[in-house]
Design a protein around this ligand. Structure first.
Ligand code: MN
Length: 247
């Protein structure tokens, strides 16, 4: 099995080495990842200029750094390596729960794989506020193994979003939490006296049971199977039943 590994934190992130080491238990690994951080770039592709890549070394893995986005990396990686079976993206430095999935570059790596007809899995772990708390990638690995085995065993799952708690005690299937979003612009002034702005998104409501956020809050690894079809089936059915096939 050929596994392409990418991320959005940049090719020298510690998370990508941990993910490549997990991938190596399942097949041949090649890392193709952004040269620079691309967090929150979602599924952008580079369309106004050409892409370039350079060979580099990441741990013991064959690796290529690309001057592009995670989606670019997956497209380029699949172009340069025949018959990629699986794309892993991550392990992101920070969780990608609920509505964060819309912004996530990590998830985009997996989604781009799915668009190209390749199974994709995105992995994210917390970024602790406390400097004493660190992500222990070695401790996450057995859970990662279980996650990958579970996904590979179910052929109906083509795309999945995985989030680790800091210290896992199990693995559960979840759905996306969608009711947690407070997109807020925080204004401040830079050292030169100019106004600047940060767009931040923080969860607002109580967590719904069975969701990704609910699982991670209970120290469970969350696996959310995803699909690319964004159609609102309920709205479509309602529109057709009230107005017929056309409005
Ligand atoms: Mn990131």
């Amino acid at each position: 099995m050929r596994i392409l590994v990418t991320n959005d934190d940049g090719i020298y992130s510690p998370g990508i080495v941990a993910l490549a080491e997990l991938a190596a238990e399942f097949g041949d690994v090649r890392i193709v990842a952004p040269a620079f951080e691309q967090s929150s770039t979602s599924m952008a592709i580079t369309a106004a200029r050409p892409l370039h890549y350079r060979r580099t070394k990441v741990g013991s893995f064959e690796a290529f750094r690309v001057d592009g986005t995670p989606a670019d990396c997956v497209a380029l990686g699949a172009y340069n390596w025949d018959r990629v079976d699986l794309v892993f993206s991550g392990i992101n430095l920070g969780l990608n729960l609920g509505s964060a999935m819309w912004h996530s570059g990590t998830l985009a790596g997996a989604k781009q794989a799915a668009l190209l007809g390749i199974r994709g899995i995105a992995f994210s772990a917390p970024m602790p506020d406390d400097e004493d708390e660190k992500v222990d990638y070695a401790a996450l690995k057995p859970f990662g193994r279980k996650v990958v085995e579970g996904i590979l065993a179910d052929r109906t799952i083509f795309l999945a979003n995985v989030n680790y708690p800091l210290v896992p005690r199990g693995v559960v299937w979840t759905r996306q939490s969608v009711r947690h979003y407070d997109g807020r612009v925080v204004a401040d002034t830079d050292p030169m006296g100019r106004d600047h702005f940060w767009f931040t998104a923080v969860p607002v409501e109580a967590t719904e049971e069975g969701t990704d956020r609910w699982a991670v809050e209970r120290s469970l690894v969350s696996i959310t199977p995803l699909r690319l079809d964004l159609t609102d089936e309920v709205a479509l059915k309602h529109a057709r039943s009230t107005t017929g096939e056309s409005p």
